[in-house]
Structures are given as structure tokens and as C-alpha cells.
Design a protein. Structure first.
Length: 88
């Protein structure tokens, strides 16, 4: 696995965890402080996934487009990266 694929996989996993934490917070206690902290963290991770996918070399169009889908960008990117790693 190349450096871009590893970085994108790590960022995608972190982005998925952050969106799940936000959704769990919303569905349970709805703590405003937690949302105030996790919101920008999730936004930064989403942008990092999108920019890395768009500027990374050797990625398929499917991976690049999947990284731009809000809420699902992390899981979609991880699935596409597994397929790319198998084919490489």
C-alpha cells in the first residue's frame, strides 16, 4: 500500500469515527459542548479526506468522487481503497 493510500485510509477511519460520535451524541445526550468540539474536528477531517483524494496520485475516479459524499465519505473511501489495494 502506498503512502497516499495509507494516509487516506487513516483519515477516512478518523472521519468515520468522528461522524459516528456526532450522530451518537445527537441521538442520546445531545451535549452542546461535545458537538461544539467534534463539529470542527469532523469538518477538518472531511476536508482532509476530500483534498487528499482529489490531489492524490494514482487513485481511481470512483475513489475521488466517493471522498466528496457528505457523511459517507469515510466509509466509501475505505471500501474503494480496499479494492484499489487488492488490484494493485
Amino acid at each position: 500500500m502506498t503512502g497516499v493510500l495509507r494516509a487516506l485510509a487513516a483519515l477516512s477511519a478518523l472521519e468515520t469515527v468522528s461522524v459516528l460520535a456526532l450522530l451518537i451524541n445527537l441521538g442520546t445526550v445531545h451535549d452542546a459542548t461535545l458537538a461544539r468540539v467534534l463539529g470542527p474536528v469532523h469538518g477538518a477531517l472531511y476536508l482532509a479526506v476530500a483534498v487528499t483524494a482529489l490531489l492524490g496520485r494514482g487513485l481511481t475516479t470512483r475513489t475521488r468522487v466517493g471522498a466528496l459524499v457528505p457523511v459517507l465519505s469515510g466509509p466509501l473511501t475505505m471500501v474503494n481503497l480496499r479494492q484499489e489495494a487488492r488490484s494493485a
